[in-house]
Design a protein around this ligand. Structure first.
Ligand code: IMP
Ligand code: MG
Length: 175
């Protein structure tokens, strides 16, 4: 278990970046859209992003989808499973998928494929954090908060063995 979560991005830095992301999203997406957050890691990011979008004059519907996770470890199991789905009535709408971190890319690629099967009218992806050096599946998020090195992150909704989601800042888990 990590002893400390060393601050990487503080509350002010996150708030500033989330606001800038909302601006980018507002510019890029015309018309109604549904924010689909991937649980559990994105719950705080979605909460802040939704309010930042509202301040830009946008009023997206908000849904969540739950995918399988690392469990108690720090390594991806390699396979993604759907643990909780969004309602079927989003068919035909525009979707903004929101995740906490794009790491190997498997989770976001899985969610994108699932949305495409449902013939959505438009599909965008947003990740608070991106670890491009870790990629195993070729996928690029349309909107990225921070691009980072291969570090293990916790805080601001993101867990390390189900701990630290409550931290108001984003930090690096160190032993
Ligand atoms: P991917 O499928 O490998 O891209 O992994 C994406 C998911 O793994 C993210 O949504 C996170 O939930 C989790 N994850 C990836 N990197 C980290 C990390 O550094 N800390 C905590 N969770 C992580
Ligand atoms: Mg996740």
């Amino acid at each position: 278990m990590a002893k400390t979560i060393e601050p990487l991005f503080d509350e002010a830095a996150i708030a500033e970046r989330v606001d800038a992301l909302a601006e980018e999203i507002d510019q890029a997406i015309t018309g109604d859209f549904v924010v689909v957050g991937l649980l559990k890691g994105s719950f705080i990011f979605v909460a802040d992003l939704a309010r930042a979008l509202y301040r830009k004059g946008r009023e997206p519907r908000i849904e969540f989808m739950r995918l399988s996770s690392y469990g108690m470890g720090t390594q991806s199991a390699g396979e993604v499973h759907l643990l909780g789905d969004i309602p079927t009535d989003i068919a035909g709408g525009q979707i903004l998928l929101v995740d906490d971190i794009v790491d190997t890319g498997r989770s976001i690629a899985y969610a994108m494929a699932l949305m495409k099967q449902r013939e959505v009218a438009g599909l965008w992806t947003c990740a608070l954090l991106d670890k491009p050096s870790r990629r195993e599946v070729e996928v690029t998020a349309d909107f990225v908060g921070f691009s980072i090195e291969d570090l293990f992150i916790a805080g601001y909704g993101i867990d390390y063995a189900e701990k630290y989601r409550y931290l108001p800042y984003i930090g690096v888990a160190t032993d």
